[in-house]
Design a protein around this ligand. Structure first.
Ligand code: IMP
Ligand code: MG
Length: 180
């Protein structure tokens, strides 16, 4: 089976992703110059983005990881968020930047943000590579976003469908026939 055959259309090519991530890195490096930046990657979807983004951040920063599960393996978030792996250490006084692959209904990030707010960080902001504003249900928006995409199911560059396609180097729309 060849992954490419399941892709209907390319949303962001490798080159477009590279430019987008470089731009985000420059912006973040500027905005957090005098801060205690911690990049918080939400596993697993954001790993590829995180790995590229952190190398485009030119100021000192720390990284940490969280794993959350939103139950089920379909193409929609249930809203029932469960923490599978928490941060390694206290974030008191730190400036957290949550790094996500995609902001869809917003339920996952709004839950995470509320949870992290209780830990006395100096600031909490959100950086998402992709944003699907049409599908928003929670009252949340990204402080940094790479690209706005239409309401279709995207895979690649970390994004999965049923845990597959994360290793595609670009972002594409999955053919509906794959999940219908
Ligand atoms: P939300 O809670 O609905 O905003 O969903 C956020 C999570 O759902 C993301 O971190 C992804 O893991 C997953 N997700 C939402 N839309 C897509 C998509 O188009 N492709 C792959 N995963 C998605
Ligand atoms: Mg996911």
């Amino acid at each position: 089976m060849i992954m490419k055959e399941d892709i209907q259309e390319i949303l962001l090519s490798e080159e477009q992703i590279k430019e987008t991530v470089e731009k985000l890195g420059r912006q973040i490096s500027e905005d957090y110059r005098d801060k205690n930046l911690v990049l918080v990657s939400v596993l697993k979807g954001s790993v590829v983005f995180m790995a590229d983004l952190m190398r485009n951040v030119t100021i000192p920063c720390e990284i940490d990881f969280m794993a959350v599960s939103s139950y089920g393996k379909g193409t929609k978030t249930s809203g029932n968020v469960k923490i599978i792996k928490d941060l390694d250490r206290s974030v008191e006084g730190m400036d957290l930047l949550i790094v996500e692959d995609i902001l869809d209904s917003g339920r996952t990030l709004s839950y995470l943000r509320e949870m992290l707010k209780q830990r006395n960080a100096n600031s909490i902001k959100i950086c998402t590579l992709l944003d699907k504003p049409e599908r928003r249900e929670a009252d949340i928006k990204a402080d940094y976003f790479g690209a706005v995409i239409p309401d279709a199911f995207a895979v690649g560059y970390g994004l999965d469908y049923a845990e597959k396609y994360r290793n595609l180097p670009y972002i594409g729309i999955l053919k509906p026939s794959v999940y219908e």
